[in-house]
Every structure is written in C-alpha cells, then in structure tokens.
Design a protein around this ligand. Structure first.
Ligand code: HEC
Ligand code: HEC
Length: 433
C-alpha cells in the first residue's frame, strides 16, 4: 500500500486495536494457553474536542471476532504485547482490500488475502481455487512463462487486458486455498529436521524428497515447505509472492508486474502506479508483506479435538496403514527469537516432503517438484476445511483418502479394505486433528 493511504488507515485502526487487545485478554474459549492479561499495547488517542455531539466511544468489539469458539484465527498463546500488536496490525493488512490507486493489478486474482483465506477464521482455507497452466510434451512440462504462465491472473483492472489460458496450454490445474493456522510453527522447523525425514527407512513404495528452493529473502537455498508443491520456505517469501501474483502489488522481493499473457505493451499501457508499490513505512520499517508475514507467523495452530475411544482406536489404525509414514505426527521447532515459536512441538501430521502421487499429481512441475509430486498435506485442522485435496475435488475426508495414488496407493488400498467400523474410527481420529 502507498504510504499516504496507510497513514489514513492507521489512524482509523488505532481505536479498534485498543479494543481488540483488551478483548484478547479475555479467557480463551478454545484450547491452548491463555494469553496473559496485559494492558493495551497502544494508547487510545484522546477524543478530539470539537463542536457537535460528544463522539461515541468505540463499540465494544465482540470477543467472538477475536477468539472464535473454535480457537481458529487466534494468536499463539504467550505473546508479548508488542507481538500481539504486530499480529493485529498484520491481520489488518491481511484483511485490507487493495485499490487500483494503491497498485492493485493490472492483472490479479483477488483484492485481499482474506478474500481467499477465510474459512473458520481469518487465515483459513476456502473453496477458492487458482488456475495453473502449461504445456506438456513427452512428459516435459513447460510453464509457458512468455505467455504469463504458470499462474493465471483471472481478473484485471480493465476488461480489455484479462488474461486467458493460452491455446498452446495442454495442462491446466486448479489449486485450492490452503489454511495458514500454525504457519509460524511450520516455518520454525529447521531444514535439517525435514531433510532427516528422507533418511528414515520406509515401507516399500514410499520415498519422499525435499523441495529445495532459492529463498528470495535470504538468497540462500532452503527447504521449501509452504504451498501444495512446497514451493516457498518462508512466510515473508510467500507473502511477497502472493502480493504480486494474487493482487498485482509489486514489492521488494518481487519488483516486476505480471504482464497480461506476457504482453509487455499492454502492461505498459495499464500499469499506472510506479514500482515498487508496497512501500516500507518510515514509522516501523515494515511494508505490507512484512505485516502479513507477522500475522501468519503468530497465528495459533488449530486446536485438537477430544480423544474419544473411537479416535484413539483410529490413531492406531492410521499408524498401521502407514499413513503416518508421510503424515508424520509431529516435528520440533528450533531456537527462535519469538519464545512462542521456540523449541515447540508441532503436531502438523506431515513430513513436509514431496511424494510422487501418481495420478493424483496436478501435472504442474514447479521447482524441485515434478508434475506428479505433491507436498504431504498437513492434516491438522482438517475438520475445519470446506473441501480437500489440492484441487478441492474431495467433498469429504473419506473421499480425500480414497483419492490417494502413487506412493500412497498401498496405504489407500488398505484403508478401503478396512471394515466400515474401522474406517469410521480412522475418520473419527482425523476429525480430532
Ligand atoms: C485468489 C485467492 C488467493 C489470494 C488472494 C491469496 N491466496 Fe494465499 N493461497 C491461495 C491458494 C490457492 C494457495 C495454494 C497455492 C499453491 O500451493 O499453489 C495459497 C497458499 C498460501 C500460502 C501457503 C500456505 C501453506 O501452508 O501451504 C500462504 C503462506 C499464503 N497463501 C499467503 C497469502 C497471503 C499473505 C495473501 C495476501 C497477500 C494471499 N495468500 C492471498 C489463494 C489465495
Ligand atoms: C506417500 C505419502 C502419503 C501416504 C502414505 C498417505 N498420504 Fe495422505 N496425503 C499425501 C499427500 C502428498 C497429500 C496431498 C495430495 C494432493 O492433494 O494432491 C495427502 C493428502 C491427504 C488428505 C487431504 C488433506 C488436504 O489438505 O486436503 C488426507 C485427509 C490424507 N492425506 C489422509 C491420509 C490417510 C488417512 C492415509 C492413510 C490411509 C494417508 N493420507 C496416506 C501423502 C500421503
């Protein structure tokens, strides 16, 4: 966002921040440690004296909005006041609808992060999909870079420049929005922990490889872990990527706009806002991409449901069927400057590796990930998702398991061969994650 706009919005948001911080001090409804009651991190501005009726105080924010009954969308427990303020400030950016004057477009997919990430709470998944395209010849995938691939931007600030899937494309895939709850914990898992997962002995037919990506933030090679193809290693990198590719907001890591189907002349005609659009604020040294990353990093993981006898029985079957070989129950974060992320157990149910999923793969090669490779989807928070599998094709969790193929074929077949009662136990277990 341009600085002038940000200043206007900040003034509006300060009073709601104070109310929100106070609301956060209420006892939590969901599981997880209680945030310590704390004074508001930001002082309320004194009411402006002036003519007319006395200004109304801000309406009390419903606690519901801050800490939904499910706990989804809440900040991590044990944050400092400053971290809580960063969470709320970041969430405001995550919810902000970008404008054309602020740099939206010329081509884009939606106007805000929350437009797609909202199921169960701000930061959630949704049914929204984005489209990827390319051309596959003799098994080799070409992302058709010169024609605006592989990600389609399906909206535009002017109807004349809308991007379309080019005729050359013979591979088209949809990818559904993933949830961000607990993303900071996933980010804080050391690369070496994920690499170790490739060295373990596995049942016949199951392998798994690390996604190696060049992190645009550090310039270093890192282990990718975010996205269906594990295509980014850090939340700041994904934030910069999403700002430019989903909203058309250029930023310091991604300073170039996407040209509609690669047409530079069209871009030049319609791109009216100078790069870089996401400016660093002199007030706090942050740009929008940093704030959105703060919000995602400090989001609490999904709360676990109660371990009923059926769920406990299902967990044992889950392990017996080798589901847990890929969906490894937990990893541990390394040392972290944020205490709430430091040396914590992360119950994500994923090895964060790429697996050859055979016919379930989406046909799009991206970085280390080949056309059939997909990242083991973390299973935490499964029950709050509107739809499952990378393109949202599964309307139930049962369908998602039945959709497994490739390295997971054997495991899937054994699931299908269970008695209905045992299958229900597995589903009862999955519904507690
Ligand atoms: C048009 C819908 C849309 C918008 C807008 C959008 N996203 Fe996403 N987001 C997605 C989809 C779809 C995926 C999965 C994409 C993939 O893996 O290729 C995703 C994945 C992610 C992930 C990876 C999470 C994980 O665990 O794998 C992050 C992080 C993310 N988005 C952040 C953001 C941020 C920050 C914004 C705003 C700047 C944003 N997104 C805007 C649809 C959207
Ligand atoms: C070889 C590794 C592997 C094994 C074994 C495996 N999975 Fe998966 N699982 C994956 C991958 C990869 C995905 C994402 C696939 C996609 O959507 O393209 C996934 C997705 C899922 C999903 C959907 C998650 C979502 O976010 O949509 C569920 C549910 C699931 N697995 C449960 C199971 C169960 C139950 C078993 C055992 C019967 C199992 N998996 C065995 C790798 C595996």
């Amino acid at each position: 966002m341009k600085i002038a706009q940000r200043l206007r919005r900040r003034i509006l948001s300060v009073s709601s921040l104070v109310v929100a911080t106070a609301a956060l001090a209420q006892p939590p409804r969901g599981g997880g440690p209680a945030p310590a009651p704390a004074p508001p991190a930001v002082q309320a501005p004194a009411p402006q004296p002036g003519p007319g009726p006395a200004p109304q105080g801000p309406a009390p924010a419903p606690v519901q909005e801050i800490a939904p009954r499910t706990g989804l969308g809440s900040p991590l427990g044990g944050l400092t006041d400053a971290q809580l303020a960063a969470f709320l400030d970041g969430r405001a950016d995550f919810r902000t609808a970008e404008t054309v004057a602020g740099g939206l477009g010329p081509i884009f997919n939606d106007v805000s992060c929350v437009a797609c990430h909202d199921a169960g709470g701000t930061g959630g998944a949704s049914r929204r999909t984005v489209t990827r395209f390319g051309r596959t010849v003799n098994g080799v995938f070409d992302p058709l870079d010169a024609q605006g691939g592989s990600l389609l931007q399906e909206r535009s600030i002017n109807p004349g420049i809308r991007e379309v899937v080019p005729r050359e494309a013979n591979t088209v895939a949809r990818r559904v929005t993933t949830p961000l709850f607990g993303a900071g914990l996933i980010e804080a898992i050391p690369d070496s922990t994920i690499v170790r997962g490739t060295l373990e002995r596995k049942p016949a037919g199951i392998a798994g490889k690390v996604s190696v990506v060049q992190d645009p933030v550090s310039g270093q090679n890192r282990v990718g872990r975010f996205g269906w193809k594990a295509q980014q290693a850090t939340l700041l990198a994904f934030s910069g990527d999403a700002y430019v590719n989903e909203m058309g907001i250029t930023n310091r890591f991604f300073p170039a706009e996407n040209a509609p189907n690669g047409n530079a002349a069209l871009l030049a005609r319609f791109d009216r806002v100078a790069e870089v659009e996401d400016e660093v604020s002199a007030i706090d040294g942050k740009a929008d991409i940093d704030r959105a990353a703060d919000f995602m990093r400090l989001l609490a993981p999904p709360p676990r449901g109660p371990a009923t006898p059926s769920a406990v029985a299902g967990a044992a079957i889950f392990a017996r069927l080798d589901c847990a070989v890929c969906h490894t129950p937990a990893m541990t974060t390394g040392r972290h400057a944020i205490a709430a992320l430091s040396e914590k157990t992360v119950g994500l149910y994923s090895d964060l590796l790429l697996h050859d999923m055979g016919a379930l793969g989406d046909g799009i090669a991206q970085g280390t990930a080949g056309a059939r490779d997909m990242r083991t989807a973390p299973l935490w928070g499964l029950r709050s998702r509107p739809t499952w599998l990378h393109d949202g094709r599964a309307n139930t969790i049962d369908q998602a398991v039945r959709g497994h193929a490739g390295e997971a074929q054997h495991s899937r077949d054994r699931y299908v061969a269970l008695s209905p009662a045992e299958r229900q136990q597995v589903l009862d277990f999955l519904n507690t994650l």
